[in-house]
Design a protein around this ligand. Structure first.
Ligand SMILES: Nc1ncnc2c1ncn2[C@@H]1O[C@H](COP(=O)(O)OP(=O)(O)OP(=O)(O)O)[C@@H](O)[C@H]1O
Ligand SMILES: [Mg+2]
Length: 433
């Protein structure tokens, strides 16, 4: 067996129960081939069956294949009942072993991916934010750190990247958690109303001000004030806001009294504030006050593995809501999800999956259900050469990703030499991460 399998598998050998357990503990193989006739009593299956249960006690998910003598059907069944994955009859046929091993490793791999996915969906989310890519892990760390302070935070990122979610996470993680989280979208409120909305007004401050009213800033006392689309705030109000940030106090419109406010400020925008500053529409002093800490959310297209993770998460959620549980993506759909550029980021992905779940008829979501097929086909494929290069690019990128950028391993996987792989990467403009 060793000679026949060494080319495809890494093999550990053990001659009795004790050394089998030792080897299993140290290397943790996904698959075990186990003969039931073991020393000191090779004529009897009991030592083998005991080894089986010892190994399963170490890992329920281990795939253990039992090897039994001819005519020992009953024993084989006992082993299966005890948790063995399958059995082989002696004399062992190498073709059969190879076939079985291949299937075992495949199932073990699927189970492993499934467990990882489950863990991510359950335990590892961060205040409801999912993500496993390095960039996002760094962001979770930053949120953890800034949450313990009262420093203003400026959250930047394209539309739909999760800016509001990050702001809520900061609030949830802070000591102000028990206080209010007050969000105000500066671009959604007409300029003329924004001032009184933010700062409140006194009775009679302007026509229509029949009663005194507290503004949003005031109502955030003890909690967090989230100023969304801060880039849209008009210049005169920027001055007033700056004053609030510097002195922690405000005056209501039409009022004379200074009101002390204890609120933590988090602001967000997808606009380019640097441009605003250069063009004179955004005050530099306000920018520096707001951005004591900056958190920049990466676009979804740069969070490659997260696309799949988030898509699976939204699929489970919407499938459950629509009584369509058991829905899965077919492989082409997953590829299309990965290829899409996601200009609308997570919000776009969420809506895309939601719509597809509603439209889906079978048990599998296709690229057509996601309405992404067109996008992939349009990718400027005009000639055979373009098409070939697209496929090459996708495969090379996948292989590199799978092997964490290791050239040798990726080359082996693709069946080309290392120099050829380097040439391909250069031709296709692929840079190793
Ligand atoms: N990390 C994440 N995990 C799960 N869902 C997320 C994540 N980030 C964002 N979402 C979801 O994506 C959608 C958009 O997020 P959010 O509203 O926070 O983005 P935004 O950056 O404020 O968008 P916009 O710029 O359009 O206001 C929401 O439905 C949110 O629940
Ligand atoms: Mg938002």
């Amino acid at each position: 067996m060793k000679w026949a399998l060494a080319k495809d598998y890494e093999i550990l050998q053990a001659e009795d129960r004790v050394s089998a357990i030792e080897a299993f503990r140290s290397a943790h193989p996904a698959v075990v081939l186990l003969d039931l006739g073991l020393p000191p009593n090779p004529g009897n299956p009991e030592e083998g069956l005991a080894t089986l249960s010892d190994l399963l006690a170490l890992d329920r998910a281990a795939k253990i294949i039992i090897i039994t003598g001819q005519g020992e059907k009953e024993i084989a069944l006992r082993a299966i009942g005890a948790g063995a994955y399958d059995f082989l009859n002696k004399p062992v046929e190498m073709e059969e072993v190879k076939f079985l091993l291949k299937r075992c490793f495949h199932v073990a791999q699927l189970e492993k991916e499934f467990r990882e996915m489950q863990q991510l969906l359950q335990g590892d989310g961060f205040e409801g934010m999912l993500g496993n890519s390095p960039a996002v892990r760094t962001i979770f760390d930053s949120i953890r750190k800034v949450a313990t302070t009262d420093a203003p935070v400026l959250i930047l990122g394209e539309s739909g990247t999760g800016k509001e979610m990050a702001a809520r996470a900061i609030h949830q993680r802070s000591s102000r958690k028990g206080g209010p989280f007050v969000a105000i979208n500066c671009s959604a409120i007409p300029e003329t109303l924004l001032e009184s909305e933010l700062f409140g007004h006194e009775k009679g401050a302007f026509t229509g001000a029949h009663a005194q009213r507290k503004g949003r800033i005031e109502s955030a006392t003890g909690g967090t004030l989230f100023l969304d689309e801060i880039g849209e705030i008009p210049l005169p109000l920027q001055v007033k806001l700056l004053r609030f940030l510097q002195e922690q106090c405000i005056e209501r419109v039409g009022g004379r009294q200074e009101i002390q406010i204890d609120a933590r400020v988090v602001a967000a925008t997808n606009a380019d504030l640097k441009k605003g500053m250069a063009g004179g529409t955004f005050r530099e002093d306000l920018f520096y006050r707001l951005s004591v800490v900056q958190i920049v959310l990466p676009p979804l297209r740069e969070r490659e593995n997260d696309i799949r993770l988030l898509a699976q998460f939204f699929l489970q959620r919407f499938a459950a809501q629509n009584n369509k549980s058991g829905l899965t993506f077919d492989p082409a759909a997953l590829r299309a999800l990965n290829q899409h550029n996601w200009p609308g980021n997570i919000r776009e992905l969420e809506n895309c999956v939601k719509r597809a779940v509603i439209m889906a008829e079978g048990k599998r979501l296709t690229a057509q259900d996601l309405e992404l097929a067109a996008a992939t086909q349009n990718a400027n494929v005009t000639t055979l050469k373009d098409a070939r290069e697209n496929v090459e690019r996708e495969m090379v990128q996948q292989a590199l990703r799978k092997h964490s950028g290791k050239i040798t391993a990726a080359a082996v996987e693709l069946g080309v030499s290392r120099p050829t792989l380097y040439e391909l990467m250069e031709k296709l403009g692929i840079v190793r991460e």
